[in-house]
Design a protein around this ligand. Structure first.
Ligand code: GDP
Ligand code: IMO
Ligand code: MG
Length: 430
């Protein structure tokens, strides 16, 4: 059973990229299944620092094939940029012919719709991801595979652009798109991307059939899931485990493990309920200086991330909707040196205590966290790779999180570098 899903368990930015880079050593394929370049995955190793938005985080391993699955929405400009920057050839990168294209009008519509929403804006990344999924679901989307049939595409484009321009100008009062720019872009994409475009279902099935490991790379996080997240303050795809199956074309019996990546505290970018959010000095301290590349500022948009204590109610819910069999805890080192640390164990909503994560965003907005305060630790956990070096305070904190979430920890990340990783129990069985 050689597929392993590595899924964001909170509101994204849990450190998935770092963990995938670690695990990819033992994988033949690393595959993205959802989202688009709204993601920002940081990989840091001896080869340098990589901030990846679309290509999977296995690109630093020469043996691995990186796959962009059908469930992903692809902005070809971003893809080409990442291919060039990272010198990726078709032996190391495959893009599904069934993945949908983010076209220039999607990016414009993302911005216009956010402006229209005004005070109820989602705080999207503005990358056109939502509008591209809207077109997919309404069966008006363009798929990556259509770049392989340019004659047909060229015939279809004028009608699509006209329709989108009607929407942009008449509904939103925006400026229309110039069709010549679209033609020009499209012809560049056709010539440069064609060698990378292939069906991915067979590629993955062949790897699994021959007992080679496949790592399935989550984007965003469970609480941003279109169905299971804090709707409507969510992304437009399914980062949870169900999305891996539809987003790649594989079955659940392929899995040898489904693991959740949890930050040792919580962050969120964009609008929406965040019960354990903190502000002021403690928050600033957790967030770190903007000038510090390891601080809590968005990898994609540079926005300051909202920060808060670990939310056990949300964490347990996330483990349930994904069926996690293990968790990975990241950024533990950020909590070094605190006198005490809070963990949310329940909410009080409208005067009633609950341990259930509410479905309604307005209700979650009213949730007051009930905290358990645990002692911090003074010793550094930074760069620890040996379990024996883990101090008692940090050990107790991890145990507490395990108890609340209901899942055991297999890896603790103790720094952003590949080598700053403490493996308690290997994720991939050899
Ligand atoms: P992703 O979207 O889940 O891949 O996460 P991001 O890359 O957006 O954000 C995670 C940030 O934390 C990045 O700056 C990583 O380099 C960094 N990071 C990952 N793991 C650790 C860790 O254990 N300790 C510290 N200090 N930083 C980490
Ligand atoms: P990674 O993969 C954190 C958030 C946006 C916004 C909401 C909808 O790096 O963890 P969208 O552009 O998707 O329509 O925005 O989702 N969001 C993320 N937040 N990490 C991400 O990805 C995110 N991708 C989207 O901030 O609140
Ligand atoms: Mg990120």
């Amino acid at each position: 059973m050689p597929a392993y899903a590595v899924i964001g368990a909170q509101w994204g930015d849990e450190g998935k990229g770092k963990i995938i880079d670690v695990l990819a050593e033992d994988a033949a394929i690393i595959a993205r299944y959802s989202g688009g370049n709204n993601a920002g995955h940081t990989v840091m190793n001896d080869a340098g620092t990589f901030k990846l938005h679309l290509v999977p985080s296995g690109i630093c391993w020469p043996h691995a094939m990186n796959v962009i699955g059908n469930g992903v929405v692809v902005d070809p400009d971003v893809l080409l940029k990442e291919i060039k920057e990272n010198k990726l050839d078709p032996q190391h990168l495959t893009v599904s012919d069934r993945a949908h294209l983010i076209m220039p009008w999607h990016i414009i519509l993302d911005r216009l719709e956010e402006e229209r929403r005004g005070s109820t804006a989602i705080g999207t990344t503005g990358r056109g991801v939502g509008p591209a999924y809207v077109d997919k679901v309404s069966r008006q989307g363009l798929r990556v595979g259509e770049l392989l049939d340019p004659q047909d595409l060229v015939l279809r484009l004028p009608e699509i652009v006209n329709f989108k321009n009607e929407m942009i100008t008449k509904v939103y009062g925006g400026n229309p798109i110039n069709i010549d720019t679209v033609f020009q872009k499209t012809s560049e994409w056709i010539s440069e991307l064609a060698p990378y475009i292939r069906p991915v279902e067979n590629l993955i099935a062949e790897a699994l059939d021959s007992n080679r490991n496949v790592i399935v790379e989550g984007a965003q996080g469970a609480l941003l899931d279109l169905d299971h997240g804090t709707y409507p303050y969510v992304t437009s795809s399914n980062p949870t485990v169900g999305g891996t199956l539809t987003g790649l074309g594989m079955g659940p019996t392929s899995y040898g493990g489904v693991v959740g990546v949890y930050k040792a505290y919580c962050t969120r970018v964009g609008a929406g309920p965040f019960p354990t959010e903190i502000e002021g000095e403690v928050a600033e301290s957790l967030r770190g200086e903007r000038s510090n590349p390891n601080s809590e500022y968005g990898t994609t948009t540079g926005r300051a991330r909202r920060v808060g204590w670990f939310d056990g109610v949300a964490g347990r819910y996330s483990a349930k909707v994904n069926g996690f069999d293990a968790m990975i805890i990241t950024r533990l080192d950020i909590l070094d040196g605190w006198d005490e640390i809070k963990i949310c164990i329940a909410y009080e909503i409208d005067g009633i205590r609950t341990e259930q994560f509410p479905v309604d965003a307005a209700m979650l907005e009213r949730a007051k966290p009930i905290y358990e305060t645990v002692p911090g630790w003074k010793e550094s956990t930074r760069s620890i790779t040996d379990e024996n070096q883990l101090n008692d305070g940090a050990r107790a904190y991890i145990s507490k999180l395990e108890q609340i979430v209901g899942v055991r920890t297999k890896i603790i990340s103790t720094g952003p570098l590949r080598k700053e990783t403490l493996v308690l129990d290997p994720i991939i069985n050899h």
